[in-house]
Unconditional design. Structure first.
Lengths: 229, 221
């Protein structure tokens, strides 16, 4: 047994992508088992591996962890990416909450109809540029430090970079009004573990496509129409 | 300035209720500033008090905290309701996130349009009784202890009690098949700080009534 964390999810981003980012940022090697068929999923269910019958699920340190937030909290805590005290944790939790909400607008995007996709693209860009990016731009401007919290690399930095890149995939010049975020993006992308994760051949997943959507629908028997939030 | 935590929200449950529960369970006194109109929200936004322009917001220990999870995490840690180590925190987080998912279903029920209410109700009851309650029933059965995690009172117990009571408000016999959750409910309700919060006159809020829905929608949308 490898002892490495093992991720159970589809071969695609979804809710597991933030976990991949955080493990990679922490320099932690991990394995993945990709759900391709309904049978695989039912086997996991019957085996009692999924506490609430859902994925993501991560086998780590003898636990079968579920609930994305719980998994991320654990990894951040374990690998010292969660600040040095209660107050820094509070800031990190606030910032991560924001980027989580922002990425939430993108999560269902691949499942939307073509028409709804165009509408949602506009929503994503509007929320990013009027609500979320200005908040992080100001934080960086106000303290003038390299990292969001406590002058130290943390989960908040990883999560923000992930969110920035995802929004840029929807509109490539979305950072044009945000010089601090542009510099932040370049800086964090250059951190060795992150740089490695951003290179081809890493376990980072590409933008979800129709094949991914099909796989998710098939495995979860999720055939209803998905509407934007 | 009193030094007490100050909650900014509308005069109702919503996403602030879990925070009220946790503060009350920890025996922490707090003040509340109720928003009545859209202008109240605009004012808070304009003065830069809301990091992402949203509520809940809690003034606590010199911070203007937003994001419900961040606020709950901070309170839980500060008042020792978050387990004794990383592994206990992991369990608490898993249990709490499941409760939050169920809570979300219960919370949005009153806001559903009339033609969606019945389906939503059925989904709520199905998820509560087939996905979530069995998990917590089994956790309690397997270790036979009074509390969900680490044989010690934690936020997981508080949040589960809150949700059990909300579920019962929707369907009074919803716990019929869950004897351990019934005794859990009785046990946790009897903890002095919780007992006090459950009494009339506390800062616990009643369920949002259908007639209040337009007012709430108007503040936030």
């Amino acid at each position: 047994m490898a002892g490495k964390p093992k991720l159970y999810y589809f071969d695609g981003r979804g809710k597991m992508e933030s976990v991949r980012w955080l493990l990679a940022a922490a320099g932690v090697e991990f394995e993945e088992e990709f759900l391709e068929t309904r049978e695989q999923y039912e086997k996991l269910l019957q085996g009692g591996s999924l506490l609430f019958q859902q994925v993501p699920m991560v086998e780590i340190d003898g636990m079968k962890m579920v609930q994305t937030r719980a998994i991320l909290n654990y990894i951040a805590g374990k690998y010292n990416l969660y600040g040095k005290d209660l107050k820094e944790r509070a800031l990190i939790d606030m910032y991560v909450g924001g980027t989580d909400d922002l990425m939430g607008f993108i999560l269902m995007f691949p499942f939307l109809s073509a028409e709804d996709k165009e509408k949602q693209r506009a929503v994503i860009v509007q929320k990013a540029t009027s609500r979320y990016f200005p908040a992080y731009e100001k934080i960086l401007k106000d303290h003038g430090q390299d990292f969001l919290v406590g002058n130290n690399f943390s989960w908040a930095d990883v999560h923000l970079l992930e969110a920035i890149l995802m929004v840029e995939e929807k509109k490539s010049d979305v950072l044009s009004g945000f010089p601090q975020l542009q510099a932040f993006k370049a800086r964090i992308s250059n951190i060795p573990t992150i740089k490695k994760f951003l290179e081809p051949g890493s376990q980072r997943k590409p933008v979800p496509d129709d094949k991914y959507v099909e796989t998710v629908r098939r495995v979860l028997c999720m055939y209803y129409d998905v509407k934007a939030n | 300035m009193s030094g007490k935590a100050k909650l900014h929200y509308f005069n109702g449950r919503g996403r602030m209720e879990t925070i009220r529960w946790l503060l009350a369970a920890a025996g922490v006194e707090f003040e509340e500033c109720f928003l009545e109109t859209k202008d109240d929200l605009k004012k808070l936004r304009k003065e830069g008090s809301l990091l992402f322009q949203q509520l809940p917001m809690v003034e606590i220990d010199g911070m203007k905290m937003v994001q419900t999870r961040a606020i709950l995490n901070y309170i839980a840690m500060k008042y020792n309701l978050y387990g004794k180590d990383l592994k206990e925190r992991a369990l608490i987080d898993m249990y709490v996130e499941g409760i939050i998912d169920l809570n979300e279903l219960l919370m949005v029920y009153v806001f559903q349009p009339a033609d969606k209410k019945e389906q939503h109700f059925a989904n709520m009851v199905d998820k509560a009784t087939n996905r979530y309650f069995p998990v917590y029933e089994k956790v309690l059965k397997d270790h036979g202890q009074d509390f969900l995690v680490g044989n010690q009172f934690s936020r997981a117990d508080v949040q589960l009690l809150e949700t059990l009571l909300m579920a019962e408000e929707c369907k009074p016999d919803i716990l019929a098949k869950f004897p351990l959750l019934q005794s859990f409910k009785a046990r946790i309700s009897n903890i002095p700080t919780i007992k006090k919060f459950l009494q009339p006159g506390s800062q616990r809020k009643p369920p949002t009534d259908e007639k209040d829905v337009p007012k709430v929608m108007n503040i936030f949308y």
